[in-house]
Design a protein around this ligand. Sequence first.
Ligand code: MG
Length: 266
Amino acid sequence: MSGKPHTLVFSDLDGTLLDHQSYEWYAAAPAIDALKSINAGLILASSKTAPEVATVRAELKIEHWPAIVENGAGVLASHSDDCKEVSQYRSLLSSLQKISPSLRRHFTGFDDMPVKKVADITDLSVKNAALAKQRAFSEPGIWTGNNAEKEIFLKLLREEGIHAQQGGRFLTLSYGANKADQLLMLAKQFEPCRTIALGDAPNDIAMLEAADIGVIVANPDAPPLPMLDGEAEGRIIRTKDAGPNGWNATILDLIANPPFNENTIH
Ligand SMILES: [Mg+2]
């Protein structure tokens, strides 16, 4: 990509740009084309791994942009199918190996599981589960011990600089960066006049708040996000329609309005 983009759009995938059920993005094609026509950047920001995101990024023909992967724990470079540099992941796994077996046995990470097991617990196909196992920055897993044991486990990991985030199903270990950190880092690198972020879930909130404009994409299959600070001032808005339909309508609407105007002062 040459020159500075006027606008950088950061988008979550599942339930945001991809339909919650079908995983398709076609409903957003008009807005994606419109973004390309005004030379705006589109940066995917997902909990998926680099090879998983690379597949979607190639379909969208936006390989010339980097992508935020593993929930913000890392970035997939432009024109790359996976992260060649996996030293963070190796270091995370070696920290796990230092923990005494009596505690370690309560955490079953993706690296500990065969592909079939990952497919079973994630509802991914075996092929996609294999991609989900190709990690570079973070390790999701299942905790089976009690809370007291978990506290000790997490304290030992913290001493190694490793943070843990408990999601609905997985306890995910990483060195702490989130989608918002990567948005700010990439905005510093590309120096757009304006950033827009779209997401549907709690793990998108920091990114929605870090962008100039945040768009909460409706997801009828999940509890609605709480009212965010920026909503009262109109800096954060909500789509009417779910998933890629809402994404499409809102981006087209924003393109037609001043935030995309070349004369907008940041
Ligand atoms: Mg989502």
